[in-house]
Design a protein around this ligand. Structure first.
Ligand code: GLY
Length: 301
């Protein structure tokens, strides 16, 4: 039997002092939920899904309820789940009526011949698989309406850009289960005031997420357009394949992101041996991890 590992993150950004405790508590709850599943024998895919469900339901993060609004004042969500055993992914993008997009990402992973569905097609697939659609207004909270009013008067060039001081709490999880299988998942509301239909790195295989039983599992967070240029999650896995340990691979990937694109971001990593790593170039990243060797969860922020 392999030793299980779970890491969750609540995004790399400049977390204001008054939100630190809420981010810590949210990561801890997600870790506990995912760990309980792993302890009962759940797969790495299942553990990532349940941890991310918890993070999506927490309005402190930019995923699910409480996500940033786009230029039209609507929430559009992206999510992905990848199975390191098969290399299959399930992803959804630009969905507006799914309260928990990671749930439909799992349905795509396990029940579709496709890897990614977007917009109304993704919502139709969810309904066919028994998911109830939500009213888009259920995802909108007062804090985000206030931010939207503040940002909507900015120039076209400024709107929709990554602002490290602004909440960018994309969420994610990576896991290794008792069978030694790896999985990774990522979910986000994207950037504030993004152009309608804009899709960032998060739901793209290799960019916001990658998992391969032969190397490792990675979830990324940060400046989507720059992360896409670097195919960051796969780049970190390639460094594992090249012999780096997870901490060094995470640090190198984030450093190269900065050198080549000036982008900011963060990564969580577990490798095929169950070793862990986490790195970020933003002022903070909220994350929590647990391994079979640690009696208690480790929450970092
Ligand atoms: N990293 C999240 C996004 O840019 O959408």
């Amino acid at each position: 039997m392999a030793k299980p590992v779970l890491i969750v993150h609540g995004g790399a950004w400049e977390i204001p002092a008054e939100q630190v405790e809420a981010c810590r508590a949210g990561c801890r709850r997600a870790l506990e939920r995912g760990w309980a599943a792993l302890a009962k024998g759940a797969s790495a895919v299942e553990a990532c899904e349940v941890a991310i469900l918890e993070l999506e339901d927490d309005p402190v993060f930019d995923a699910g309820i409480g996500s940033h609004l786009n230029r039209d004042g609507r929430v559009q969500l992206d999510a992905i789940l990848m199975d390191g055993r098969t290399l299959k992914t399930g992803a959804v993008a630009a969905v507006e009526r799914l309260r928990n997009p990671i749930q439909t990402a799992r349905l795509v992973l396990e029940h579709s011949e496709h890897m990614m569905l977007v917009g109304p097609g993704a919502e139709q697939f969810a309904v066919e698989r028994g998911v109830s659609l939500c009213n888009p207004s259920e995802l909108v909270i007062a804090r985000e309406v206030e931010l939207w009013y503040k940002r909507k008067h900015e120039s076209d060039a400024g709107r929709g850009r990554f602002q490290p001081k602004e909440r960018l709490g994309t969420v994610g999880a990576v896991a290794r289960d008792a069978q030694g299988n790896l999985a990774a998942g990522t979910s986000t509301g994207g950037t504030a005031c993004k152009y309608p239909g804009r899709v960032g790195d998060s739901p793209l295989i290799g960019c916001g997420c990658y998992a391969d039983n032969q190397t490792g599992a990675v979830s990324a967070t940060g400046q989507g357009e720059e992360i896409m240029k670097m195919v960051l999650a796969k780049a970190a896995c390639d460094r594992l394949a090249g012999g780096l340990e997870p901490q060094a691979a995470a640090e190198k990937a984030v450093a190269v992101l900065g050198e080549r694109t000036e982008g900011l971001g963060g990564l969580i990593v577990v490798d095929a041996q169950g070793r862990v790593g986490a790195a970020f170039s933003t002022p903070n990243m909220a994350y929590a991890l647990r391994t079979a060797d640690s009696a208690d969860p480790v929450v970092r922020l």
